[in-house]
Design a protein around this ligand. Sequence first.
Ligand SMILES: CCCCCCCC/C=C\C/C=C/C(=O)SCCNC(=O)CCNC(=O)[C@H](O)C(C)(C)COP(=O)(O)OP(=O)(O)OC[C@H]1O[C@@H](n2cnc3c(N)ncnc32)[C@H](O)[C@@H]1OP(=O)(O)O
Length: 303
Amino acid sequence: MALRGAFRTRCGLLSLLSQRLPHGNHVRGCVSPFLSTHRRNNSTAPKIKVDFDQTAGVSIMTLQNPPVNSLSLDFLTEFCSALEKLEMDKSCRGVILTSGQPKVFSAGLDIMEMYGKSPERCGEFWRAVQEMWLKLYSSNMVIIAAINGSSPAGGCLMSMTCDYRIMADNPRYSIGLNETQLGIVAPFWFKETMVNTVGHRTTEIALQLGQLYSPTEALDIGLVDKLVPEDQIITTATQTMTKWLAVPDHARQITKSMMRKPTIDKLMSKREPDIQNFVSFITKDPIQKSLGLYLAMLKKRKS
Ligand SMILES: CCCCCCCC/C=C\C/C=C/C(=O)SCCNC(=O)CCNC(=O)[C@H](O)C(C)(C)COP(=O)(O)OP(=O)(O)OC[C@H]1O[C@@H](n2cnc3c(N)ncnc32)[C@H](O)[C@@H]1OP(=O)(O)O
């Protein structure tokens, strides 16, 4: 009951917002001025912590972009550079992705990067989102997500690029591609990553509704692979990694590539049009208005 209640509350807020928002092109209006002063995390502290266990050949990458590990341009740039270094280091065969922030794995794309920004800046941001996805989805390393908090939208995408997902069994957490609830659309490669993870029909329902799932529901549909108590998440990820690393690298890597290559090739061949598509979509007045209202709702929820 408590689980259902928590899930309903979260979805309720989002539905409330979508009820208030006409999503058609007829919506017009300027962006709310108070949102442009939204508190930013301008800290120069590292946003990714990498702990490399040389003996095991495994790195733990801890996301630490307070307050909610939103995927900003700075964060994505640092993340890709850290991942690339590990990819080039032949002694690193596995990566565990986890969050250093309480209750949140990642809040997804930083909405402030898509709100009130110039088309050039939006394009730069989108290229970085693509880069993160490409690097993770095509990695030769075994990547395990230790999802120790909520993981909506881009956070869910990041988790789905991993080879295995372990989530903390806490009914307050949720995971899913909730883009439609913000009045935006999950791009084709988000959609295909989800289809590759949970299948076509489940994705069709999940994406249209912008559904966020509790850990138990996520396990039921195969969006995550295992639930454990939160304090066991890293030990379980480490044990799971040992099992995956027992498989000869070359055989596992070729198999992984065979499964994922069609989706990767599709984005690779459409990178520039995908950026143009994103920029033209996200800078439209009605979309900006939806994002503005969503941000306002996020803030209001706290008070
Ligand atoms: C025709 C086809 C065209 C295709 C074009 C493609 C377009 C598609 C474009 C993009 C795809 C988008 C993907 C995304 O990832 S969008 C982001 C979606 N994310 C969410 O909906 C999550 C929103 N956040 C939450 O639900 C919660 O914050 C939480 C569950 C993650 C954590 O809850 P809690 O611990 O209670 O924290 P707060 O809600 O209090 O938040 C703290 C603080 O952080 C701000 N914040 C939260 N999330 C974000 C975010 N994603 N970006 C920026 N800022 C965020 C929140 O506003 C609070 O701020 P403060 O009041 O200043 O403290």
